[in-house]
Design a protein around this ligand. Sequence first.
Ligand code: FAD
Ligand code: S2G
Ligand code: ZN
Length: 494
Amino acid sequence: LTADKYNVKRGNYSTINDDDLKEFNSILSSNQIITDSNDLIGFNQDWMKKYIGQSKLVLKPKTTDQISKILSYCNKRKLAIVPQGGNTGLVGGSVPVFDEIIISLSNLNKIRSFDEMSGILKLDSGVILENADNFLSEKGNIFPLDLGAKGSCFVGGNVATNAGGLRLLKYGSLHGSVLGLEVVLPDGTILDSMHSLRKDNTGYDLKQLFIGSEGSLGIITGVSILCPARPKSVNIAFLGLNSYESVKKCFQTARSDLSEILSAFEFMDHDSQLLAAKNLNSIHPLCQEDKIGIDSVPNYPFYVLIETSGSTKEHDDEKLEKFLEKVMENETVIDGTVSQDEAQLKTLWTWRESIAEASQQFGGVYKYDVSLPLDSMYSLVEAVQKRLNDLNLSSTTDNSKPVYEAVGYGHIGDGNLHLNVAVREYSKDVEKALEPFVYEFVAKHHGSISAEHGLGFQKKNYISYSKSEVEIKMIKDLKDHYDPNHILNPYKYI
Ligand code: FAD
Ligand code: S2G
Ligand code: ZN
């Protein structure tokens, strides 16, 4: 979907000229400047291949100082910029809308320091999340964030989107674990706030402004983050349940009986498991017969993945055992399996983490990442499925219909639903059926139209479903103050 598919007009930004290229060549070496049209393709399209920009230039600075020089120059020239990390964002925020210059953080990828006593890690924003966690694993520590995109997303992008992910239930939000940031402001000013103090009550907590700012207030170049001790014992229980009511009951029991060792509680509806099975083409963890692919998915309406993380295996195993007996006995849970080793643990996670990819196996996907009260959470999925059927837009068998199906899954522990509408093609009819229907449903249930993925380009015009006039005005005032020329990530966020 390029900009002309949306009623968006290019802002009055300058267009790159030869003097600009000369200036960038004086700041960077030639292999840090990309202008070749083929090389530009990957940078111009997002992970879903849904948002396509028309940038003619990618800059790959290696230092904070180079970014400072580039921003200061672009600010004076009114050249628009998109900061890009791992480009795994799911709301169209990481790619240009028109010909904005892409500043890729991929070359800013060094671990700066790690303090064994405090567990505080300082690193460049272009370090891949999985690399940061692997580094920490050697030290006996863990990165307090995990998501399906860990192999590609950057720590700076995680902070910029305030990513939630699979471990938020145990480790909390980045607003709590990030202790400091280094940021280059739109005029090139370098804000060095790379503190390593857990308590520092001296003035406004400036780093918070940039956590979740999605590249609209400054380019994050360094992160200082508190990384807890790595749990010595991790278990995964993968369960089959009869109803969404049972999912909620199971969560309540897990919270009370597993308590401090509960590190993740994810739910998946039956159809999301069919999508995963189709995509993975392997045997479902709860399959009792020798079947494979979608035939191997048992007929349970809902599934739950529970992760426990602790320091003593015997203690955790016993606690998990007692919990499973209880929920099986009162029939909250009708079937289940527990990981026996690291390999099986990873396989069980795949049946949850691969749904994102599985949702777009038919051509495309409309994603809604929303926060809702647990009580009404799944009713949004049912309402959308009904609406798409009533409008005759959806069928798993009739290829003439744009929609394959709508599925629901997500981070129950955080009240975060992922509603994915898997489509054979993007279509205005489908978009009109879904928006603002989904956003109105969320607003009516006092939820958030974006739980963790941010606003980006997709949700730019819908912030008022979750923020008041006063809040929106203050957000706009901050944007106008720090980026008066609006050169950072225009057409998005707010
Ligand atoms: P990008 O996609 O490159 O950029 C995202 C936004 O941040 C853009 O607006 C960009 O301009 C801005 N940005 C990037 N780097 C910087 C920087 N250094 N300074 C300033 N602005 C910057 N998200 C979740 O929250 N939870 C999940 O569980 C989750 N699971 C996912 C699973 C899959 C398979 C995929 C593909 C995505 C998933 N995501 C999830 C979404 C995405 O991975 C996150 O939003 C992630 O934090 C983006 O990081 P990135 O480095 O790819 O950023
Ligand atoms: C997840 C990302 C994928 C999606 O899997 O937890 O945040 O499809 C999501 O929304
Ligand atoms: Zn998620």
